[in-house]
Ligand binder design. Structure first.
Ligand code: NAP
Length: 311
């Protein structure tokens, strides 16, 4: 029987994804299928999805076996009450490599004091030798697919890395902590804090006045996770009073970040426009098709979202 696969993401992504999806379907030996952006809902077997899609009501998709999200973050769909089908999220090698590069680059920028020399070149011979990575502690909140990959890359460069997650982990070379006490401990030593948590009711404002105060004076905050992880007013206050030296922010409560938002003009804030990492069509198509193959073979789907936990 032919499979009907609906591509339900923004229209411009269809051009990027159609060929990689067809190639991956071919490579998986799936030849009898219709892949389209327009199918009768009650004939759809799988929905390849992005939360900015026009599809917001899943009720008419009566025979759909799974919704396969193209994004790592699922906060835009996980609380959709019309969704009764299994939901998977994106864990993709390209997404992971991109995040490792972005986090490593911004960590090294702050570690090396690059701005002093790149932006402050004024004829002054500033012989400020940065410490070695071994003397700069980094804490990563979130030790999932992306947090763990970034932690391992930073450990490889020599940084002492502490990670914090909901469940207790044990990862070679990384100090793993969990729970409220673990958070306070993870922040107390952090000269650079990287946020790679999902946006859930439990993680909202994890960085607030109280947790900012737990960081050492002069700490740097790097957020490629999600905007709601940070209480923006508390962060701005901590930047203004000098407790936090800098914040590099890729994600915001409102995106695009409005031009009048104080982050844009703040001298201690770097704004990047949600570019830390993106799902890469060639590798992501393989993940999507592997889940379609699994669905058809009756095997467990990869990267299933826990609807109760919200990620
Ligand atoms: P993931 O594999 O689901 O990992 C999430 C991590 O957060 C896990 O370690 C999890 O703990 C931890 N966590 C969740 N809730 C927690 C809580 N209440 N307290 C403590 N730890 C908690 O997700 P991922 O693939 O690494 O992605 C992380 C996030 O990055 C995504 O949700 C998305 O928002 C963001 N992202 C941003 C970009 C960008 O371009 N800026 C791109 C991709 C993704 P457990 O391990 O115990 O479950």
């Amino acid at each position: 029987m032919s499979l009907n696969i609906l591509f339900a993401a923004s229209a411009e992504r269809w051009a990027d994804y159609e060929a990689p999806l067809r190639k991956s379907l071919h490579d998986a030996g799936i030849t009898e299928y219709i892949l389209s952006t327009d199918l009768p809902p009650d004939e759809v077997d799988y929905i390849v999805y992005a939360p900015n899609s026009d599809v917001q009501d899943f009720t008419p998709f009566t025979r759909a076996k799974a919704v396969l999200n193209l994004w790592a973050g699922v906060e835009g769909i996980v609380r959709n009450d019309t969704l009764t089908q299994p939901l998977t999220r994106m864990v993709d090698d390209g997404l992971e490599r991109g995040m490792v590069e972005w986090v490593t680059g911004h960590t090294l920028r702050h570690h090396l004091g690059t701005d002093t020399h790149v932006l402050g070149q004024d004829g002054t011979w500033r012989h400020d030798v940065p410490p070695l990575a071994k003397d700069r502690s980094v804490t990563i909140l979130g030790l999932g697919a992306l947090g763990q990959a970034c932690a391992e890359a930073l450990v490889h460069l020599g940084f002492p890395v502490t990670g914090w997650s909901r469940s207790q982990k044990s990862i070679d070379g990384i100090t793993c902590l969990s729970g409220d006490d673990g958070l306070a401990q993870a922040l107390s030593t952090a000269q650079i804090v990287v946020l790679l948590l999902p946006d859930t009711p439990q993680t909202e404002n994890v960085i607030d006045a109280e947790t900012l105060a737990q960081m050492p004076s002069g700490a740097v905050v790097i957020n490629p996770g999600r905007g709601p992880l940070i209480d923006d007013d508390a962060l701005l206050a901590a930047l203004d009073n000098g407790h936090i030296a800098h914040a590099t922010l890729d994600v915001f409560r409102t995106e695009p970040l409005p031009p009048e938002h104080p982050y844009w003009a703040h001298p201690k804030v770097t704004v990047t426009p949600h570019i830390a990492s993106e799902t890469r069509p060639d590798t992501a198509a393989q993940v999507i098709v592997e889940n379609i193959r699994r669905g058809e073979a009756g095997e467990p789907l990869l990267h299933l979202v826990d609807r109760d936990l919200g990620y």
